[in-house]
Design a protein around this ligand. Sequence first.
Ligand code: NIG
Ligand code: FE
Length: 408
Amino acid sequence: MDKQGPVKGKAMNELAVLEDATIMIKDGKIDWIGATEDAVDIQADKTIDAKGKLVTPGLVEPHTHLVFGGSREEEMALKQQGVPYLEILERGGGILSTVNATREASQEELLEKALFHLDRMAAHGITTVEAKSGYGLDRQTELKQLNVAKQANEKHPLDIVSTFLGAHAIPPEYKKDPETFLNIMSDMFAEIKAENLAEFVDIFTETGVFTVDQSRRYLQKAKEHGFGVKIHADEIDPLGGTELAVETGAISGDHLAVASDEGIRQLAASDTIGVILPGTSFYLGKDTYAPARKMIDQGTAVAISTDFNPGSSVTENLQLIMSIAALKLKLSPAEIWHAVTVNAAHAIGKGDVAGSITKGKKADVVVWDAPNYMYLPYHYGVNHANTVIKNGEVLYERQAILPIKENI
Ligand code: NIG
Ligand code: FE
Protein backbone atom coordinates (compact mmCIF):
# COMPACT_ATOMS: atom_id res chain seq x y z
CA MET A 1 0.00 0.00 0.00
CA ASP A 2 2.62 2.51 -0.94
CA LYS A 3 0.84 4.27 -3.78
CA GLN A 4 0.75 8.03 -3.76
CA GLY A 5 -2.72 9.28 -4.38
CA PRO A 6 -5.35 10.28 -4.88
CA VAL A 7 -5.99 7.03 -6.66
CA LYS A 8 -8.52 7.58 -9.41
CA GLY A 9 -10.95 5.40 -11.29
CA LYS A 10 -9.86 1.93 -12.33
CA ALA A 11 -6.55 2.26 -10.45
CA MET A 12 -8.61 2.09 -7.25
CA ASN A 13 -9.00 -1.61 -7.93
CA GLU A 14 -5.24 -2.19 -8.01
CA LEU A 15 -4.05 -2.50 -4.44
CA ALA A 16 -0.35 -2.83 -3.61
CA VAL A 17 -0.25 -5.83 -1.28
CA LEU A 18 2.93 -7.28 0.24
CA GLU A 19 2.90 -10.79 1.66
CA ASP A 20 5.35 -11.43 4.48
CA ALA A 21 6.38 -7.85 4.98
CA THR A 22 8.20 -5.87 7.64
CA ILE A 23 7.60 -2.25 8.56
CA MET A 24 10.19 -0.24 10.45
CA ILE A 25 9.19 2.83 12.42
CA LYS A 26 11.55 5.54 13.64
CA ASP A 27 10.74 8.79 15.41
CA GLY A 28 7.04 8.30 14.82
CA LYS A 29 7.46 7.93 11.06
CA ILE A 30 7.66 5.06 8.60
CA ASP A 31 11.36 4.35 8.11
CA TRP A 32 11.21 1.29 5.89
CA ILE A 33 8.72 -1.18 4.40
CA GLY A 34 9.56 -4.23 2.35
CA ALA A 35 9.82 -8.01 2.22
CA THR A 36 10.79 -9.51 5.56
CA GLU A 37 13.64 -11.41 3.92
CA ASP A 38 15.15 -8.07 2.87
CA ALA A 39 14.87 -6.62 6.35
CA VAL A 40 18.40 -7.50 7.42
CA ASP A 41 20.21 -6.20 10.49
CA ILE A 42 17.04 -5.06 12.19
CA GLN A 43 17.76 -3.63 15.59
CA ALA A 44 14.50 -2.61 17.10
CA ASP A 45 13.69 -1.55 20.67
CA LYS A 46 10.31 -3.10 20.25
CA THR A 47 8.73 -5.45 17.74
CA ILE A 48 5.11 -6.30 17.13
CA ASP A 49 4.43 -9.73 15.69
CA ALA A 50 1.62 -9.46 13.16
CA LYS A 51 2.10 -12.94 11.71
CA GLY A 52 -0.95 -14.10 9.81
CA LYS A 53 -2.66 -10.74 10.22
CA LEU A 54 -3.58 -7.95 7.84
CA VAL A 55 -1.61 -4.73 8.41
CA THR A 56 -2.78 -1.49 6.78
CA PRO A 57 -2.39 2.26 7.05
CA GLY A 58 -4.50 3.77 9.82
CA LEU A 59 -7.98 4.59 8.54
CA VAL A 60 -8.59 8.21 7.61
CA GLU A 61 -12.07 9.53 8.35
CA PRO A 62 -12.69 12.47 5.97
CA HIS A 63 -16.12 13.75 7.07
CA THR A 64 -17.50 13.94 10.61
CA HIS A 65 -19.60 16.26 12.73
CA LEU A 66 -17.51 15.37 15.77
CA VAL A 67 -18.37 18.21 18.14
CA PHE A 68 -21.99 18.43 19.25
CA GLY A 69 -24.18 18.54 22.34
CA GLY A 70 -26.89 16.03 23.23
CA SER A 71 -28.30 13.23 21.11
CA ARG A 72 -31.47 12.66 19.08
CA GLU A 73 -32.68 9.13 19.79
CA GLU A 74 -36.31 10.35 19.94
CA GLU A 75 -36.11 11.17 16.21
CA MET A 76 -35.83 7.51 15.38
CA ALA A 77 -39.55 6.99 16.03
CA LEU A 78 -40.41 9.89 13.70
CA LYS A 79 -38.22 8.38 11.00
CA GLN A 80 -39.94 5.02 11.51
CA GLN A 81 -43.27 6.76 10.96
CA GLY A 82 -41.91 7.98 7.64
CA VAL A 83 -41.35 11.65 8.51
CA PRO A 84 -38.64 12.77 6.05
CA TYR A 85 -35.30 14.12 7.29
CA LEU A 86 -35.85 17.57 5.76
CA GLU A 87 -39.33 17.78 7.28
CA ILE A 88 -37.97 17.08 10.76
CA LEU A 89 -35.53 19.95 10.12
CA GLU A 90 -38.37 22.16 8.82
CA ARG A 91 -40.26 21.52 12.09
CA GLY A 92 -37.29 22.84 14.06
CA GLY A 93 -35.91 19.39 14.95
CA GLY A 94 -33.00 17.56 13.37
CA ILE A 95 -29.89 19.71 13.03
CA LEU A 96 -31.69 22.56 14.86
CA SER A 97 -32.33 20.40 17.92
CA THR A 98 -28.60 19.63 18.10
CA VAL A 99 -27.94 23.36 17.66
CA ASN A 100 -29.91 24.05 20.84
CA ALA A 101 -28.05 21.38 22.77
CA THR A 102 -24.69 22.62 21.46
CA ARG A 103 -25.46 26.24 22.34
CA GLU A 104 -26.33 25.15 25.88
CA ALA A 105 -23.28 22.94 26.42
CA SER A 106 -20.10 24.34 27.94
CA GLN A 107 -16.81 24.11 26.09
CA GLU A 108 -15.60 21.57 28.66
CA GLU A 109 -18.66 19.36 28.17
CA LEU A 110 -18.27 19.45 24.40
CA LEU A 111 -14.58 18.62 24.67
CA GLU A 112 -15.20 15.68 26.97
CA LYS A 113 -17.81 14.30 24.58
CA ALA A 114 -15.59 14.82 21.52
CA LEU A 115 -12.69 13.02 23.23
CA PHE A 116 -15.01 10.11 24.01
CA HIS A 117 -16.02 9.77 20.36
CA LEU A 118 -12.38 10.12 19.26
CA ASP A 119 -11.39 7.29 21.60
CA ARG A 120 -14.02 5.11 20.02
CA MET A 121 -12.82 6.01 16.51
CA ALA A 122 -9.24 5.24 17.50
CA ALA A 123 -10.28 1.87 18.89
CA HIS A 124 -11.85 1.14 15.50
CA GLY A 125 -8.62 1.83 13.61
CA ILE A 126 -9.07 5.50 12.67
CA THR A 127 -5.92 7.61 13.07
CA THR A 128 -6.87 10.90 11.32
CA VAL A 129 -10.27 12.60 11.50
CA GLU A 130 -11.92 15.58 9.86
CA ALA A 131 -14.27 17.47 12.20
CA LYS A 132 -16.87 20.03 11.19
CA SER A 133 -18.52 22.77 13.20
CA GLY A 134 -22.10 23.67 12.22
CA TYR A 135 -24.16 23.11 15.34
CA GLY A 136 -23.74 26.66 16.58
CA LEU A 137 -25.11 28.75 13.72
CA ASP A 138 -24.10 31.81 15.66
CA ARG A 139 -20.71 33.40 16.03
CA GLN A 140 -20.13 32.44 19.63
CA THR A 141 -21.14 28.80 19.38
CA GLU A 142 -19.39 28.18 16.07
CA LEU A 143 -16.18 29.52 17.61
CA LYS A 144 -16.81 27.35 20.68
CA GLN A 145 -17.06 24.26 18.45
CA LEU A 146 -13.95 25.17 16.47
CA ASN A 147 -12.03 25.75 19.68
CA VAL A 148 -13.14 22.36 20.98
CA ALA A 149 -11.82 20.72 17.80
CA LYS A 150 -8.53 22.59 18.28
CA GLN A 151 -8.24 21.51 21.91
CA ALA A 152 -9.15 17.94 21.01
CA ASN A 153 -6.40 17.96 18.40
CA GLU A 154 -3.92 19.11 21.04
CA LYS A 155 -5.06 16.67 23.72
CA HIS A 156 -5.92 13.54 21.76
CA PRO A 157 -3.31 11.47 19.86
CA LEU A 158 -5.50 11.39 16.74
CA ASP A 159 -4.94 14.15 14.20
CA ILE A 160 -7.95 16.36 13.63
CA VAL A 161 -8.51 18.45 10.52
CA SER A 162 -11.00 21.21 11.24
CA THR A 163 -13.72 22.46 8.87
CA PHE A 164 -15.95 25.50 9.41
CA LEU A 165 -19.55 24.50 8.57
CA GLY A 166 -21.31 27.61 9.88
CA ALA A 167 -23.56 27.30 6.81
CA HIS A 168 -25.07 23.99 7.96
CA ALA A 169 -28.68 25.17 8.36
CA ILE A 170 -30.63 28.41 8.63
CA PRO A 171 -31.20 29.18 12.32
CA PRO A 172 -34.82 30.07 13.18
CA GLU A 173 -33.84 33.69 13.92
CA TYR A 174 -32.78 34.12 10.24
CA LYS A 175 -35.37 31.85 8.63
CA LYS A 176 -36.62 34.68 6.44
CA ASP A 177 -33.21 36.17 5.77
CA PRO A 178 -30.64 33.52 4.86
CA GLU A 179 -28.46 36.09 3.06
CA THR A 180 -27.87 38.04 6.26
CA PHE A 181 -27.12 34.80 8.07
CA LEU A 182 -24.55 33.80 5.44
CA ASN A 183 -22.95 37.24 5.73
CA ILE A 184 -22.63 36.79 9.48
CA MET A 185 -20.93 33.44 8.91
CA SER A 186 -18.61 34.73 6.16
CA ASP A 187 -17.71 37.72 8.35
CA MET A 188 -16.03 35.13 10.60
CA PHE A 189 -13.66 33.89 7.87
CA ALA A 190 -10.85 36.36 8.61
CA GLU A 191 -10.83 35.59 12.33
CA ILE A 192 -11.01 31.81 11.80
CA LYS A 193 -8.11 32.03 9.37
CA ALA A 194 -6.04 34.29 11.61
CA GLU A 195 -6.52 31.97 14.59
CA ASN A 196 -5.96 28.88 12.48
CA LEU A 197 -9.24 27.39 13.64
CA ALA A 198 -10.14 25.66 10.37
CA GLU A 199 -8.52 24.54 7.16
CA PHE A 200 -11.70 24.15 5.14
CA VAL A 201 -15.09 25.82 4.72
CA ASP A 202 -18.15 23.67 3.97
CA ILE A 203 -21.82 24.43 3.19
CA PHE A 204 -25.03 22.36 3.07
CA THR A 205 -26.42 22.97 -0.43
CA GLU A 206 -29.92 21.53 -0.16
CA THR A 207 -33.62 22.25 -0.55
CA GLY A 208 -34.73 24.45 2.35
CA VAL A 209 -31.15 25.12 3.36
CA PHE A 210 -28.78 26.96 0.94
CA THR A 211 -29.21 27.34 -2.80
CA VAL A 212 -26.53 26.71 -5.39
CA ASP A 213 -26.16 30.47 -5.98
CA GLN A 214 -25.84 31.26 -2.29
CA SER A 215 -23.33 28.44 -1.91
CA ARG A 216 -21.26 29.64 -4.89
CA ARG A 217 -20.95 33.17 -3.49
CA TYR A 218 -20.20 31.96 0.03
CA LEU A 219 -17.51 29.52 -1.10
CA GLN A 220 -15.96 32.16 -3.35
CA LYS A 221 -15.48 34.38 -0.29
CA ALA A 222 -14.00 31.43 1.61
CA LYS A 223 -11.48 30.87 -1.16
CA GLU A 224 -10.55 34.56 -1.14
CA HIS A 225 -9.65 34.11 2.54
CA GLY A 226 -7.39 31.17 1.65
CA PHE A 227 -9.64 28.28 2.70
CA GLY A 228 -10.02 25.04 0.83
CA VAL A 229 -13.70 24.34 0.21
CA LYS A 230 -16.05 21.38 0.57
CA ILE A 231 -19.76 20.96 -0.13
CA HIS A 232 -22.54 18.80 1.32
CA ALA A 233 -23.81 18.28 -2.22
CA ASP A 234 -26.78 16.47 -3.76
CA GLU A 235 -27.53 14.54 -0.56
CA ILE A 236 -31.32 14.53 -0.73
CA ASP A 237 -32.46 16.63 -3.71
CA PRO A 238 -30.44 16.90 -6.94
CA LEU A 239 -29.71 20.65 -7.02
CA GLY A 240 -26.42 20.54 -8.91
CA GLY A 241 -24.11 20.60 -5.89
CA THR A 242 -21.81 18.08 -7.57
CA GLU A 243 -21.31 20.44 -10.53
CA LEU A 244 -20.75 23.31 -8.07
CA ALA A 245 -18.05 21.31 -6.27
CA VAL A 246 -16.21 20.92 -9.58
CA GLU A 247 -16.78 24.55 -10.57
CA THR A 248 -15.41 25.89 -7.27
CA GLY A 249 -12.42 23.52 -7.31
CA ALA A 250 -13.57 22.00 -4.03
CA ILE A 251 -11.13 19.52 -2.51
CA SER A 252 -14.14 17.24 -2.07
CA GLY A 253 -17.82 17.03 -2.91
CA ASP A 254 -19.52 15.06 -0.15
CA HIS A 255 -22.63 12.81 -0.18
CA LEU A 256 -23.46 13.01 -3.94
CA ALA A 257 -26.25 10.45 -3.43
CA VAL A 258 -28.42 11.96 -6.15
CA ALA A 259 -25.71 13.47 -8.37
CA SER A 260 -26.80 13.95 -11.99
CA ASP A 261 -25.11 12.13 -14.87
CA GLU A 262 -23.60 15.44 -15.95
CA GLY A 263 -22.32 16.03 -12.40
CA ILE A 264 -20.73 12.58 -12.36
CA ARG A 265 -19.10 13.24 -15.74
CA GLN A 266 -17.67 16.57 -14.59
CA LEU A 267 -16.48 15.11 -11.29
CA ALA A 268 -14.59 12.33 -13.08
CA ALA A 269 -12.79 14.88 -15.23
CA SER A 270 -11.81 17.01 -12.21
CA ASP A 271 -9.44 16.82 -9.24
CA THR A 272 -12.32 16.99 -6.75
CA ILE A 273 -12.62 13.86 -4.63
CA GLY A 274 -16.04 12.29 -4.21
CA VAL A 275 -16.57 11.61 -0.49
CA ILE A 276 -19.38 9.07 -0.28
CA LEU A 277 -21.35 8.54 2.92
CA PRO A 278 -23.46 5.42 2.44
CA GLY A 279 -24.21 5.25 6.17
CA THR A 280 -26.65 8.14 5.73
CA SER A 281 -28.69 6.37 3.03
CA PHE A 282 -28.72 3.28 5.25
CA TYR A 283 -29.61 5.16 8.43
CA LEU A 284 -32.26 7.38 6.82
CA GLY A 285 -33.83 4.29 5.28
CA LYS A 286 -33.34 5.35 1.67
CA ASP A 287 -33.20 3.05 -1.32
CA THR A 288 -30.95 5.46 -3.17
CA TYR A 289 -27.23 5.15 -2.64
CA ALA A 290 -24.61 7.37 -4.23
CA PRO A 291 -23.60 6.18 -7.70
CA ALA A 292 -20.06 5.48 -6.51
CA ARG A 293 -19.68 2.56 -8.92
CA LYS A 294 -20.41 4.86 -11.86
CA MET A 295 -18.09 7.52 -10.46
CA ILE A 296 -15.14 5.15 -10.17
CA ASP A 297 -15.87 3.56 -13.56
CA GLN A 298 -15.73 7.04 -15.10
CA GLY A 299 -12.45 7.92 -13.38
CA THR A 300 -13.25 9.67 -10.07
CA ALA A 301 -11.14 9.34 -6.93
CA VAL A 302 -13.67 8.20 -4.32
CA ALA A 303 -13.30 8.27 -0.53
CA ILE A 304 -15.81 6.92 1.98
CA SER A 305 -16.72 8.08 5.44
CA THR A 306 -19.09 7.52 8.35
CA ASP A 307 -20.44 11.11 8.32
CA PHE A 308 -20.53 10.57 12.09
CA ASN A 309 -23.23 12.92 13.44
CA PRO A 310 -26.17 12.72 15.85
CA GLY A 311 -28.87 12.70 13.13
CA SER A 312 -28.23 11.05 9.80
CA SER A 313 -25.45 8.58 10.62
CA VAL A 314 -24.80 7.78 14.25
CA THR A 315 -21.70 5.60 14.20
CA GLU A 316 -17.96 6.01 14.69
CA ASN A 317 -17.35 2.62 13.06
CA LEU A 318 -15.84 3.18 9.62
CA GLN A 319 -15.41 -0.59 9.27
CA LEU A 320 -19.20 -0.92 9.21
CA ILE A 321 -19.34 1.68 6.43
CA MET A 322 -16.75 -0.35 4.51
CA SER A 323 -19.21 -3.26 4.56
CA ILE A 324 -22.09 -1.02 3.47
CA ALA A 325 -19.87 0.24 0.63
CA ALA A 326 -19.33 -3.33 -0.50
CA LEU A 327 -22.98 -4.35 -0.18
CA LYS A 328 -24.76 -1.23 -1.41
CA LEU A 329 -22.23 0.71 -3.50
CA LYS A 330 -20.82 -2.49 -5.03
CA LEU A 331 -17.25 -1.38 -4.47
CA SER A 332 -14.52 -4.03 -4.45
CA PRO A 333 -12.37 -4.57 -1.33
CA ALA A 334 -9.39 -2.94 -3.09
CA GLU A 335 -11.48 0.13 -3.96
CA ILE A 336 -12.78 0.34 -0.42
CA TRP A 337 -9.28 0.28 1.07
CA HIS A 338 -8.16 3.13 -1.17
CA ALA A 339 -11.34 4.97 -0.21
CA VAL A 340 -10.62 4.85 3.55
CA THR A 341 -6.88 5.49 3.37
CA VAL A 342 -5.07 7.39 0.66
CA ASN A 343 -8.10 9.02 -1.01
CA ALA A 344 -9.61 9.96 2.33
CA ALA A 345 -6.30 11.56 3.33
CA HIS A 346 -6.22 13.60 0.10
CA ALA A 347 -9.85 14.64 0.63
CA ILE A 348 -8.75 16.50 3.78
CA GLY A 349 -5.39 17.77 2.56
CA LYS A 350 -3.33 15.17 4.43
CA GLY A 351 -2.18 13.05 1.50
CA ASP A 352 1.45 13.96 2.13
CA VAL A 353 1.52 12.67 5.73
CA ALA A 354 -1.21 10.04 6.07
CA GLY A 355 -3.12 7.39 4.14
CA SER A 356 -0.35 5.01 3.12
CA ILE A 357 2.60 3.14 4.60
CA THR A 358 5.29 5.12 2.87
CA LYS A 359 8.74 6.13 4.08
CA GLY A 360 8.55 9.54 5.71
CA LYS A 361 4.81 9.52 6.38
CA LYS A 362 3.38 9.29 9.88
CA ALA A 363 3.66 5.80 11.37
CA ASP A 364 -0.11 5.32 11.56
CA VAL A 365 -0.62 1.60 11.19
CA VAL A 366 -3.32 -0.91 12.15
CA VAL A 367 -2.92 -4.63 12.73
CA TRP A 368 -6.26 -6.33 12.15
CA ASP A 369 -7.71 -9.63 13.33
CA ALA A 370 -8.17 -10.51 9.69
CA PRO A 371 -6.26 -12.84 7.37
CA ASN A 372 -6.40 -10.60 4.29
CA TYR A 373 -7.71 -7.26 2.99
CA MET A 374 -10.94 -8.76 1.65
CA TYR A 375 -11.97 -9.90 5.11
CA LEU A 376 -13.03 -6.59 6.69
CA PRO A 377 -15.94 -5.64 4.39
CA TYR A 378 -17.04 -9.28 4.50
CA HIS A 379 -17.32 -9.73 8.29
CA TYR A 380 -19.56 -6.82 9.14
CA GLY A 381 -20.66 -4.79 12.11
CA VAL A 382 -17.87 -5.65 14.56
CA ASN A 383 -14.48 -4.18 15.41
CA HIS A 384 -11.58 -6.04 13.81
CA ALA A 385 -8.81 -3.79 15.15
CA ASN A 386 -6.15 -5.75 17.01
CA THR A 387 -3.46 -3.08 17.47
CA VAL A 388 -3.71 0.58 16.49
CA ILE A 389 -0.46 2.51 16.17
CA LYS A 390 -0.48 6.32 15.95
CA ASN A 391 2.73 8.24 15.28
CA GLY A 392 4.64 5.05 16.11
CA GLU A 393 2.98 4.56 19.52
CA VAL A 394 0.53 1.80 20.36
CA LEU A 395 -2.77 3.54 21.02
CA TYR A 396 -5.11 0.60 21.31
CA GLU A 397 -4.69 -3.13 21.80
CA ARG A 398 -7.55 -5.59 21.81
CA GLN A 399 -7.79 -7.30 25.17
CA ALA A 400 -8.62 -10.99 25.29
CA ILE A 401 -11.07 -11.78 28.08
CA LEU A 402 -9.39 -15.13 28.51
CA PRO A 403 -6.10 -15.60 26.66
CA ILE A 404 -6.68 -18.36 24.12
CA LYS A 405 -3.91 -20.64 25.39
CA GLU A 406 -5.36 -20.66 28.91
CA ASN A 407 -8.78 -21.21 27.47
CA ILE A 408 -7.84 -24.49 25.83
O1 NIG B 1 -23.94 15.21 6.66
N1 NIG B 1 -26.54 16.91 5.73
C1 NIG B 1 -26.32 17.66 6.63
N2 NIG B 1 -25.60 17.44 7.69
C2 NIG B 1 -25.33 16.16 8.26
C3 NIG B 1 -26.41 15.74 9.19
C4 NIG B 1 -26.41 16.50 10.41
C5 NIG B 1 -27.49 16.15 11.39
O2 NIG B 1 -28.54 15.56 11.04
O3 NIG B 1 -27.27 16.50 12.55
C6 NIG B 1 -25.04 15.14 7.20
O4 NIG B 1 -25.84 14.25 6.91
FE1 FE C 1 -22.12 15.64 6.93
